[in-house]
Design a protein around this ligand. Structure first.
Ligand SMILES: [Zn+2]
Length: 97
């Protein structure tokens, strides 16, 4: 999916539509996981019980979950403040041109 570098969007700080730069964020810092989710992660990675393959490989074999939800931020050119999108769309690959 190709995206433009700038879009006209509503800025809640300026309270009007302004030109905003599109920035793609790649992964945040992960906090400490609980014991339960660590175990679940291990199982998904190594394959246990109902999931015989690692998560994405398992999904690939079944032909599902090939796309990810991407994280976009918009930076206002007027006030230089960042706004996030409420919920990202899903795409296999994202390109900002
Ligand atoms: Zn603004």
């Amino acid at each position: 999916m190709k995206l433009p570098t700038q879009v006209k969007r509503y800025c809640p700080y300026c309270k009007m539509h302004t030109l905003q730069k599109v920035i793609q964020v790649k992964g945040g810092q992960r906090g400490t996981l609980t014991a339960g989710s660590r175990r679940k992660g291990w199982n998904l990675k190594h394959g246990y019980g109902s999931t015989p393959y690692p998560m994405f490989e398992h999904a690939k074999r079944l032909g599902i979950k090939q796309s990810k939800r991407y994280d976009l931020r918009y930076k206002c050119t007027k006030c230089n403040k960042m706004t996030t999108q409420s919920r990202g769309n899903k795409a296999k690959k994202v390109e900002i041109k």
